[in-house]
Structures are given as C-alpha cells and as structure tokens.
Ligand binder design. Structure first.
Ligand code: GDP
Length: 632
C-alpha cells in the first residue's frame, strides 16, 4: 500500500485528475462521509497495473487551504504535482513546491494538466521550461513531467506507469514498533461511532489494541480498522487508514491529534528545530516571532526563539527553540513547517532536532549550537547518551522516550554504551537489559561526580566523628540531596565495588576504625577496670556516660567492648558472654529458672537480672512462662 498526495494551484485540475485515476471524485467521497465538512481532505484510491493499491490524499490548493494541505501531506510516499498547461506556474505552485521540498517528499511526478486546452506547442514548451526552472533546486529536480488531459484521457496511462515506476523504488515504510496515526479527519458513522483517518506510520495498529489520543491522553480501544474500502485486522505503516475507536466521543478527538499505544509518545510544548527560511519570504525571521507550527496533521500557535543569532535572513538556515501554546506529538527528525499566522505566509521549516529539550536555553550560551549540531548529525549512541545526559540519571524507558529513537536502534545504542561503560546501571535486573525497562541508569560522568561526592562526604564524616563507626545513611542522603532511588542505586553499586561498607543504618569506608585519643584511651581503660571489678553489677549506662562522655561510650558499644541489654544496663562483652553461657547451662540442667535464682547465682541485684532476662527473651534465647524462663 502506497499513499500519494496531490499539490498545485487551485483549479489546476487536481480533483478532476483523481477522478480520472480512481473513478471517484474526491468531493463525492467527502459528501458521503461528512456532509458538513466540504473543504476537507479527500480520500480515494486505485490499483497500479502491478496490483499495488495506492491511496490518494487530495489537498485543496486555494491559498486559504494551504494549512489544510499540510494536514494531509505528511507521510506520503510521492507527490502528484499539478500544473495546468494553460496557466503555467502560479503563486501556489511555488508555495506548494516549497512545502513539499521542506517536507522532503522524495518521489514525485509533475502532471501538466488540461493539455487539451493548449494547441500551441511553443507555449507548452515554454511552460515546461518554466516548471523545470522552478523545481531546479528542490526535491523535484529530476521529477518527470507528463502531459495529461483528464478530459480526453491523454497521458493518463503514462502517468500511472510513471507513478508505478517511482513508487516501486521508494523504500517500504518501516515498522518501528511505535505506531502513530496523525489524525487528519474525524467523523462519526451511524452504528459505529467515532472514526478517525490518517496515514499510518512507524508501526502497525491492530483491532483490539488499547490506544491513547494524544496530547489529551484519553484512552479507547480499536473496534475496527479500514484501509480503502476494506475491513482489516491490522493497519500497516504507510497505509491510509480509518480507525473506529470505542470509548471516545466525537468531540474527544480532533484533527492534529495522534493515535498511539499508551505510553509510547510523550507530548511536548518545547522543541529544538533546525530551520530554513524560504528565500522569497517577505522579511527575515526575528527572535520571538509568533508562528503557526505544522507537524503531522497538527497545527499549533507558538513563539520561536532564535538561537545563536538575532534574526534568520531569507534563504538562511538556523536553530530555533519553539515554545508552543498546546502540546504536540513529535519525534526527532520529523519534518515540520512554520507559517506566519496573519497574513498567512509559509516561512519555511526543517527537522525536529530535539522534541524534549531539557530547558529553555540562554540563546547565546557557549556550546549550545555545537550540541544541537551534534544532535542533528549524531549517531544513535550519541543521541541516546545525550538524552540520558540531560536527565543525569533516569529509568531506561524515560531515556528511550527522550531519545526519540526507534526501539531497535535504541537497543543497539544502549548495548554499545554499556560495552563502552559510558552508562552505569544502578539497579539489579533480570535477563537482558531492555530500553523499555524501569531500571535506573546514569552516565559515567554523572556517576563519577556523585560517587566522588558521596565518598568525600563519608570521609569527612569519619574525620569529624572519629569515635563513630559510620555515617547514618539518612544524613548522607540529605547531605547529597539525591532522591531515594538514585541514592540507593549509588550506595549499592559502591558497596559492590568495595568502596563503601554498610552496617545497619550506617555506611562507612572500608577499613574505617574508631580511634581514641590517648586521653580517651585512658578513660576507657579506667571505666573498663570498674566493670571488671564488678562484672555482674557494673556501672550503669548513665554512670558510664558521665565518666567517659557520650561519644566515647557509644564508641565502646560500637567497638563491641560493651553490650547494651536495656536502656540502663550494659555489660562488658566477656562478662555478658559468660553470663549468657551460665544461664543456658543452668537451664539445660533444671529446665526452668526464676529471676531470683539468677540473681543469687550471680550474686547481683534484681535490676541487672531483669534487664538481662528480658533481653534474652527478646533475642530469642529464652522464653518466659509466668515467673520462670525456659530455653526457647
Ligand atoms: P482543483 O481545484 O485543482 O481540484 O481543480 P479541479 O479538478 O476542480 O478542476 C478545475 C476546473 O478545471 C474544473 O472545471 C475542471 O472541469 C477543469 N479541468 C480539470 N482538468 C481538466 C482537463 O484535463 N481538461 C479540461 N478541459 N478541463 C479540466
């Protein structure tokens, strides 16, 4: 299935030629389908001699309708460019030609129509020469010119053969696994409900698919698909397609919307553009000019910011950042047109370089144009990495979406970037890493930056708190101002690399040891002697803190010199170990033991015994039954 579009000055015979090719006059189709819309896009089709069906998008040529033409012309395989032999090149001939050129519609045939009206061969030669002259620098440079008459049938067979030859060598439309249907018409059919039409691109849609109407985001389901007059289960890329959508009311979808699978596209209101101003426009394009932006079938008002230049002169190329009033769906490399809103004038157009720029640029920022240039020419890896770089760290699917690469080249790009270690994976995953997955990644550069500041922060903490065994993770996280996912990914990667150790709620550098000053060491020694003097009724926590200070006391606990069994009671580790051992032995002999028996055994006081026994219950060594305890 191929799609061609017509273009050319009003009344030069486009509709009549379509009738001659297809047997259907576009006006009749329109009346049948949507009585109220009389100046909209026609939709007819015919079969090439070899059997290939060709859908035709007929776009009206009246000056006011140029914007209508734009809605249909995107996504065509070839243009049927019409010039009436009796009138020759007219203003809209030139404007349509400029648009086809900006949109880079590669294939084309020029039909010199109404040839029956001209008998003067010299005139015909003159018109042909004129046409050759104006297409000279455009995509139509080599397009054949066929003389036709829809009235007598002259040249029609030759026109069809020529179209077949041209379409044969056009590359097949690719299925990029990311279907989108820019809606050029919406109507309702009795018994079916809402129907939209458009030219399918970048993937296929299937009956039963859940779809999203962008930019609004309303969801529906495909109830039926039709290409030409035939019902289909699948609409493949490049086909003129009518989609019957359930769950969507007529007023919930309009021309310019895009039908896609949920989540595949992210509408945008800011785009970076490469732009060429046509040579014959009335004036230069100034910074901050209001424009009408045409992409797919959408038409949205916005303002352009000229980057790196104050103005773009006629015939010149430049870079724009476009801020739109309404969001649109756009992908990198999509072609677009800009027009002046009033008086209407086609300014020019070009390709979308970045549909999701991270920010509003300072217009003369150093390096900005280089970055755009490399985006415009970059390999998929560069584009993918660039998408990650502006986000610093993000789930892969977000990076993929931002890159606007088709999934297949995104996969390849990711593979290369992982092999070159330019991307760091922050979270664990199973199987192959997919560009659609939710796994967090970061660029090597950003990773180096944040891991260095993390290690530096921990280092600083150790230096400031030599008595603490580590830095609380929460404190580190808020110091680094990282979100939880990124922080967790970062710490777990550093742990794996052996650069960081985690211990409960703390993190520390490997090899970090609590170090006492000489004075503190003496205090510790003195306190431990007091513990040794009375191992089963040692100084309380309060007394200990008073003696050595809070920090040294905590360090003694962290160093396992002391073991805390309750908010008040603490024992030396060796005394704790022997007490627990003896209690276990007693219980093995006599099965149960009371607090009083333990107290007498160690010749201590009730408060130590109760604290210890409750602690043993808590850690699951003993179990309490009334007044006695058993081994658990
Ligand atoms: P469009 O505005 O480009 O679609 O032009 P139309 O197809 O509506 O044609 C404009 C007028 O030219 C109509 O009156 C047609 O009948 C007439 N016309 C179109 N093609 C031919 C042709 O090949 N020969 C003659 N004699 N008249 C034609």
């Amino acid at each position: 299935m191929r799609v061609i579009g017509t273009a050319g000055h009003v009344d030069h015979g486009k509709s009549t030629l379509i009738k001659a090719l297809t047997g259907v006059h576009p006006d009749r189709l329109k009346e049948e389908q949507e009585r109220e819309m009389t100046i909209d896009l026609g939709f007819a089709w015919f079969e090439l001699p070899g059997g290939e069906p060709v859908g035709i998008v007929d776009v009206p040529g009246h000056r006011d309708f140029i914007e209508n033409m734009l809605a249909g012309i995107g996504g065509i395989d070839a243009a049927l460019f019409v010039v009436a032999a009796d009138e020759g090149v007219m203003p809209q001939t030139l404007e349509h030609l400029a648009i086809l050129d900006i949109l880079q519609v590669q294939g084309g045939v020029i039909a010199l129509t109404k040839i029956d009206l001209v008998s003067d061969q010299e005139w015909i030669d003159l018109v042909e020469e004129d046409v050759r002259g104006v297409v000279g620098d455009t995509v139509f440079n080599d397009a054949p010119i066929i003389q036709v008459s829809a009235k007598t049938g002259q040249g029609i067979a030759e026109l069809i053969e020529t179209l077949e030859r041209i379409l044969e060598v056009r590359p097949p439309r690719q299925d990029l696994g990311r279907p989108r249907l820019p809606v050029d018409r919406v109507f309702s059919m009795a018994g079916f409900g809402t129907v939209v039409t458009g030219t399918m691109s970048d993937g296929h849609l299937q009956v039963g698919d859940e779809v999203e109407i962008l930019p609004g985001g309303k969801k529906g389901r495909i109830r039926g698909l039709q290409t030409h007059k035939q019902k289909e289960d699948i609409a493949v890329p490049g086909s003129r397609t009518a989609v019957n959508i359930s769950g969507i009311a007529l007023d919930e979808v309009s021309r310019g919307d895009v039908i896609a699978h949920p989540g595949d596209y992210q509408p945008t209101r800011r785009l970076d553009l490469k732009f060429r101003l046509l040579g014959d426009v009335s004036r230069a394009l100034k910074h901050n000019t209001e424009v009408k932006f045409f992409i797919g079938a959408a038409e949205v008002l916005g303002r352009v910011r000229t980057l790196g230049k104050e103005v773009i002169k006629p015939g010149e190329e430049g870079w724009l950042q476009l801020e739109l009033r309404e969001p649109v769906v756009a992908m990198r490399n999509d072609h677009y047109i800009l027009r002046r809103p009033s008086p209407g004038e086609t300014l020019g157009g070009g390709r979308v370089i970045d549909p999701h720029p991270s920010r509003r640029y300072k217009r003369f920022k150093p390096g900005l144009l280089d970055r755009l240039e490399s985006l415009a020419t970059g390999a998929p890896e560069d584009v993918y990495l660039q998408s990650l770089a502006v986000r610093q760290a993000a789930p892969l699917r977000e990076v993929t979406q931002g890159s606007n690469l088709e999934f297949e080249s995104a996969e390849k790009a990711l593979k290369i970037l992982l092999e070159n270690e330019e991307i760091v994976v922050l979270e664990s995953f199973q199987g192959d890493l997919s560009v659609k997955s939710d796994v967090m990644v970061t660029t090597r550069g950003y990773w180096n930056q944040i891991s260095a500041s993390l290690l530096l922060a921990v280092d600083g903490y150790h230096a400031n708190h030599p008595l603490r065994s580590g830095m609380p993770k929460e404190e580190l996280k808020s110091k680094l101002k990282l979100d939880t996912r990124l922080f967790n990914g970062l710490t777990s990667n550093l742990k794996e690399e052996g650069q960081l150790v985690e211990s409960g709620p703390l993190v520390l550098q490997p090899g970090h040891k609590i170090t006492f000053s000489t004075h503190q060491e003496q205090e510790v020694e003195i306190l431990l002697q007091r513990f040794a003097a009375s191992p089963y009724a040692p100084p309380t926590i309060k007394e200990s803190r008073a003696e050595v200070g809070d920090d040294v006391f905590q360090a003694m606990v962290d160093l396992n010199l002391l073991i805390q069994v309750s908010p008040e009671v603490v024992f030396r580790t060796e005394d704790y170990t022997s007490m627990v051992g003896e209690i276990q032995e007693l219980l093995e002999d006599q099965e149960t033991i009371s607090a009083a028996q333990v107290r007498d055994h160690f010749n201590t006081s009730r408060r130590y015994v109760l604290a210890l026994l409750e602690h043993l219950d808590n850690i699951g060594v003993t179990i309490r039954q009334g007044d006695v305890r058993r081994l658990k």
